[in-house]
Design a binder for this molecule. Structure first.
Ligand SMILES: NC(=O)c1ccc[n+]([C@@H]2O[C@H](COP(=O)([O-])OP(=O)(O)OC[C@H]3O[C@@H](n4cnc5c(N)ncnc54)[C@H](O)[C@@H]3O)[C@@H](O)[C@H]2O)c1
Length: 362
């Protein structure tokens, strides 16, 4: 099977589907890999590195798609990439279809087989291909949150760290899974007062065990607890996820109107449609907008800000699956691994993942 890696074209997206090291491993297993010229150059992976690993360098995206059966990417295809997709190809990447119905329809119309990283599961219930990027997005959320709290950047004008005997700043994290936990760690390191909200009492108990109760509140999430946490917060991070589904809108505009002017919302769940009613997707070029006096950060590819770290972490997670798909063949690999099968979102022009299908039909 021929594997193809086109360059990413989303705004400020410098991650790449395969590293030279991954290519070496795949080529050593007898597979052929086509890489678009310069696909990894922004993070120091030169065409020469890929060639030395055994890849063939092709000059354009259309050449890569044409000469490959399994396309390994990072982000969902953009409209200008749909023309390269066809029923004889398999696309292995983040798709986030539940939050983007028109994207789902366009992809179905191409007939491509689409396997989405974010719905691949593992036996312990975790999401092995979403987790590495969620970790990074969670860490970035506090960094950008702090940046936009600064007055020259539109924020209320405060720093999260302790200064003299001034009261701690309040950071609220809603959805304490992988991304939320990383945000919590960073916020603790910044000496913030934390309000952690989740739907799962079990998850809250686990976190209490891990982080203790010093300057941390653990709160069962519902609209009234979210609303009162928001009123007290300087920085709010939304990182809820329900497998395959569009993100629930846990923060309403009415709640935001009661927040302090200049406070900051980071909607990590924006790639699944966003968990904040007033969110709309933004880019690294123009990451924020102000609504109701509150700064909204809604970048859909946050790990794109750290493309080298993110590419290495993503490849560690995806490589075994790429290898399985390419060596066993797509149908056989999906049959042999029910967790990889959960990643199958689109086949023969139809959405086949039940959760994604339900989300798109609602
Ligand atoms: N913007 C980006 O660049 C970027 C990057 C990586 C991940 N993400 C997104 O971050 C989100 C979180 O991913 P994750 O891996 O941390 O997911 P996860 O499954 O590990 O955690 C989600 C948490 O949300 C909780 N939750 C669900 N519904 C809730 C509700 N109504 N109220 C409170 N809590 C609720 C769950 O109990 C769980 O603890 C996903 O949507 C993912 O796609 C975005």
């Amino acid at each position: 099977m021929r594997i193809g890696v086109p360059a990413e074209i989303k705004n400020n997206e410098h991650r790449v589907g395969l590293t030279p090291e991954s290519v070496y491993e795949l080529c050593s297993a007898g597979l052929s890999v086509n890489i678009q010229s310069q696909a990894g150059s922004a993070i120091g992976f030169t065409d020469q590195d890929y060639q030395q690993s055994g890849a063939t360098i092709l000059s354009s995206a259309s050449d890569v798609y044409e000469s490959s059966d399994l396309i390994v990417k990072v982000k969902e295809p953009l409209p200008e990439e749909f023309k390269f997709l066809s029923p004889d190809k398999t696309l292995f990447t983040y798709l986030h279809l539940a939050g983007n119905k028109s994207q789902a329809v366009e992809l179905m119309n191409t007939g491509v087989t689409g396997i989405a990283y974010e719905t691949v599961t593992s036996s312990d219930g975790s999401l092995p291909l979403l987790a590495p990027m969620s970790k990074i997005a969670g860490q970035i959320s506090v960094v950008v949150g702090q940046y936009f709290l600064l007055k020259p950047n539109g924020g209320i004008g405060t720093i999260l760290g302790l200064v003299e005997n001034i009261e701690r700043r309040v950071v609220t994290v809603i959805g304490a899974g992988v991304a939320g936990t990383e945000a919590i760690k960073k916020a603790i390191a910044n000496d913030a007062h934390l309000k952690i909200l989740d739907l799962s009492q079990k998850r809250l108990d686990e976190l209490k065990e891990q982080f203790g109760t010093n300057n941390i509140e653990y709160i069962l999430s519902d609209s009234s607890s979210i609303s009162s946490a928001l009123e007290a917060s300087d920085l709010v991070i939304g990182s809820v996820y329900v497998l395959g589904k569009e993100a629930p809108k846990v923060i309403t505009e009415e709640m935001i109107k009661k927040m302090k002017p200049g406070s900051v919302l980071v909607d990590i769940s924006i790639d699944q449609g966003g968990c904040i009613e007033s969110s709309k997707p933004t880019t690294h070029d123009a990451p924020v907008f102000n609504k109701h006096g509150v700064v909204h950060y809604c970048v859909t590819n946050m790990p794109g800000a750290v493309p080298l770290t993110a590419t290495l972490a993503l490849n560690n997670a995806t490589l075994p699956y790429v290898k399985a798909l390419a060596t066993q063949g797509v149908d056989e690999a999906l049959k042999n691994d029910s967790h990889l099968f959960n990643g199958l979102n689109i086949k023969n022009g139809e959405v086949v993942n039940p959760a994604v299908k339900e989300a798109l039909e609602s």
